[in-house]
Design a protein around this ligand. Structure first.
Ligand code: GP9
Ligand code: MN
Length: 427
């Protein structure tokens, strides 16, 4: 009830990190193009296979001489069973996914105070999601109404003929290519969420799309993982060219993130070959890094930023960049550019990592020495309690539909689901 929301509110208010003054509002009025790299883990960045870079284009953004981009190399995903859907939920609401099942499936009709709705109400943004799969996968057509997503471009908006499709749906190259005209038509400023799909387990790829030989571990999905990553990298490079040609690049915040791991613990033998290291529980947690890369027009990038950060931090970071104070909202993350950003990363199962140490399966490890910490400090156990409390509060918000009882500010209007519909494309 409303007492519960007060407790949550007290917690998130205390956690709040005030914006970095230089960056607050630096992207005001700019389009936001948020690019979801399916199943993309950070170990792919700069990885060389057969003496070749796997993702030369992404690497060029990371090592950008012109310093347009900032790459967070200690950024983690926090998804649970909801996988992609959890990454969507977390980046658009700064809530954690549920410990079991997916909130997209079970909490579609909840009240949310999500990024699309806030951007529209506060700054007149139009929002859209682009994804080359059926509209009801992960219950998206229901959930997006609650998030306030104005338009949803799904399979019926794309040419789904056989040569364009593999695995779950549309290949990334035609996906980006066919999305450009829709982006051009959108009212600006817009918030566009581009969700790729080809780099998804079991990493199927047609021969003509494979431009790097598979790895040679003998584990087929690990071996192909590099081929679909290369394909995604090429698709992205072309998309950047097309955005520039359409005049949509310069004036847009471009944000790229990986949604979750692609190689599970079932592939530890092959991953030992790939990484040259035994996949211990600690090493596995290190592998939960996914890329976060961002460019804000008119602002110099920072090159590589080592701040420990995660999907939960995306929404407050974006809000501050466009000049909306995150303080009004119930958000569990903090602005990654803030001096007071909270650099601990809770995983959905209660494990967590910080810059110095990690807590995995009930054991604390020193990140440097990789050794078990046999006598954890009080600060460490306190951090564990904080993480567990935080996850529990987030669960309470979802399970109790608590945002019903919360009014962020005078301007806030609860989202009316009836205002949204995602009809098939008219032909
Ligand atoms: C399906 C896609 C995959 O549309 O988003 O979801 P995942 O299996 O990664 O959760
Ligand atoms: Mn996914």
């Amino acid at each position: 009830d409303s007492d519960d929301i007060t407790e949550v509110q007290n917690y998130t208010k205390t956690k709040y990190a005030e914006p970095n003054e230089e960056l607050f509002g630096a992207g005001e009025g700019k389009n936001i193009i948020k690019i979801h790299l399916e199943s993309f883990q950070s170990f792919l960045i700069d990885y060389e296979l057969h003496g070749e870079e796997v993702t030369p284009f992404l690497n060029s953004l990371v090592h950008d001489e012109d310093r347009d981009f900032t790459y967070f190399d200690n950024f983690f995903h926090q998804t649970g069973q909801g996988k992609t859907a959890d990454a969507e939920l977390t980046t658009d609401t700064s809530l954690y996914g549920l410990s079991q099942g997916s909130a997209f499936s079970t909490k579609a009709n909840n009240t949310y105070q999500a990024l699309p709705a806030i951007l529209e109400q506060q700054q007149g943004y139009t929002s859209a999601v682009f994804h080359g799969d059926g509209k009801s996968f992960w219950n998206r057509d229901k959930v997006y109404k609650s998030l306030g997503v104005n338009e949803f471009y799904y399979d019926s908006y794309y040419d789904m003929s056989e040569e364009n499709v593999i695995n779950y749906g549309l290949k990334d190259k035609p996906f980006f290519d066919e999305s450009i005209p829709y982006l051009e038509e959108m009212d600006q400023p817009f918030y566009a969420h581009m969700m790729t799909l080809t780099h998804h387990h079991p990493y199927l790829i047609d021969e003509e799309d494979a431009t790097i030989a598979p790895a040679e571990t003998g584990d087929p999905s690990v071996d192909r993982y590099f081929q679909t990553a290369r394909y995604l990298d090429e698709a992205l490079e072309q998309f950047f060219k097309d955005l520039k040609e359409a005049g949509l690049y310069e004036d847009s915040i471009i944000m790229i993130y990986g949604d979750h791991y692609g190689i599970s613990e079932n592939h530890n033998r092959a991953m030992k070959e790939i990484t040259g290291e035994e996949i211990t529980p600690l090493k596995n947690s290190e592998l939960q890094r996914v890329p976060f890369i961002i460019r804000v027009p008119g602002l110099d990038g920072q090159g590589i930023n080592h701040e420990f950060s995660s999907l939960i931090d995306v929404m407050p970071t974006l809000l501050h960049l466009v000049g909306i104070d995150a303080q009004d909202y119930i958000l569990f993350g903090t602005d990654m550019f803030s001096e007071n950003h909270k650099g601990y990363v809770p995983f959905r199962n209660g494990d967590f990592v910080t810059e110095e140490y990690s807590y995995i399966n009930g054991i604390y490890y020193d990140n440097q020495s990789k050794e078990e910490i046999t006598e954890p400090t009080e600060e460490m156990s306190h951090m564990k309690e904080t993480v567990h409390h935080e996850l529990e509060l987030s669960d309470r918000v979802l399970n109790g539909d608590l945002l019903r009882f919360y009014t962020p500010n005078e301007e806030w209007e609860p989202v009316n689901r009836d205002d949204y519909s995602y009809p098939e494309k008219k032909v």
